[in-house]
Design a protein around this ligand. Structure first.
Ligand code: AQP
Length: 337
């Protein structure tokens, strides 16, 4: 792995058994591409997962499932560093330092917290959920990442990361790289199939609105065929006038590599049914080998765990160096060994 490549860091939560199509198209797909061009660090963020209640056995199983899906999607442990967040204790350690540098007011402005805590009822939301963007800041800064590939919903957190990196550097001297969000416009937000006004999301979407990658392909094909569209007939990309059709065109275009205008031409004069039937087939053709590859890793937990152990070792080497420098800058007395 060439170390002169720009560094990239991103994470995904093991909060559900299966990734959904929004996670894949908005984030994981970019991760796979960027391992060719970047020095890439990707992690399963189990520390973030416990910001909402988790069953311990399920969390452990979902962590392996998430790693297997990332490998199934095309991450290659020889071309990127794949690890589990809790295997690298420096995340929580730098997280504390960043907590002490973040204003309560600026943390309160994070819309993801407002949305997620509203869903749970404000009284039940944890302090961990409130401060998770600050842990995310530590995640990114530990690796001196230049770019962070995420969906649009994470843009505000990356802006906060930039502010905090600059604040720390200003106060204590140059320590952290100031990262930039890497958001692919076309797939920044994949919408719910039943309610194209909201993003596809495991907590907000009804079962028919979300495509889970590990579901039976037949089930997903059915959901695509019954996606909500509009009362018109024309297949045209128009996010405000035709949000449902536009969402289907985005998914179709990304999975096949065909341009949206090419697809508009292809379906000129054809009905919505034809588009949905073809997209269902495109999806099944893509997801079938993905599921098979994921299953191979799930069937061999020893190999999976050893990939994650090697990843954690590589990640720790970088994270420990950054943490030591940050601790020194803050004024912590070095421990004598
Ligand atoms: N609908 C989406 N379109 C594009 N990108 C999306 N992402 C999530 N939903 C969409 C991106 O997926 C990455 C992993 O995010 P995560 O692990 O934080 O997953 P999440 O946000 O918990 O996923 P959900 O479904 O959105 O969960 P809830 O409902 O709990 O909020 C991120 O890069 C994210 O941008």
């Amino acid at each position: 792995m060439a170390s002169d490549r720009p560094r990239v860091l991103s994470g995904i939560q093991p909060t559900a058994g299966s990734f959904h199509l929004g996670n894949y198209l908005g984030a994981v797909r970019q991760w796979v591409a960027m391992q060719e061009t970047h020095d890439a660090f990707y992690m399963v963020v189990d520390l973030h997962a416990i910001t909402v209640p988790q069953d311990p056995a399920e969390l452990r199983a979902n962590t392996r499932l998430a790693a297997a899906q990332l490998l199934g999607a095309g991450l290659d442990p020889d071309r990127c560093t794949l690890f589990v967040q809790s295997h690298v204790p420096e995340h929580a350690q730098l997280g504390w330092v960043m907590n002490c540098l973040t204003g309560f007011g600026e943390a309160s402005r994070m819309t993801q917290f407002k949305d997620k805590s509203a869903k749970q009822g404000a009284d039940r939301a944890t302090v961990g959920l409130f401060t998770y963007p600050i842990l995310q800041i530590a995640d990114i800064l530990l690796y001196q990442a230049n770019a962070v590939p995420v969906g649009e919903d994470q843009r505000q957190h990356i802006e906060l990361t930039r502010d905090l990196a600059e604040r720390f550097n200003g106060r204590y001297g140059q320590t952290f790289t100031v990262p930039a969000p890497y958001i692919v416009k076309e797939t920044a937000k994949i919408f719910d199939l039943q309610d194209p006004a909201i993003k596809m999301s495991k907590s907000a979407s009804a079962p028919k609105g979300i495509i889970n990658l590990l579901d039976e392909p037949k089930t997903s094909a059915k959901k695509i065929k019954s996606a909500v569209t509009d009362t018109g007939t024309e297949i045209r990309f128009d996010e405000t006038g035709k949000p449902g059709i536009s969402n289907l065109l985005t998914i179709y275009s990304t999975l096949t590599g065909a341009g949206v205008s090419e697809l508009e031409k292809k379906y000129e004069g054809k009905g919505y049914g034809a588009l949905k039937t073809d997209l269902a087939e495109v999806f099944v053709d893509w997801v079938t080998p993905f599921r098979a590859r994921t299953q191979e890793f799930l069937d061999d937990p020893e190999t999976l765990d050893s990939i994650l152990a090697k990843g954690a070792e590589k990640a720790r080497a970088v994270a420990a160096e950054t943490l030591a420098q940050a601790y020194d800058r803050v004024g912590f007395l070095p421990a004598k060994h």
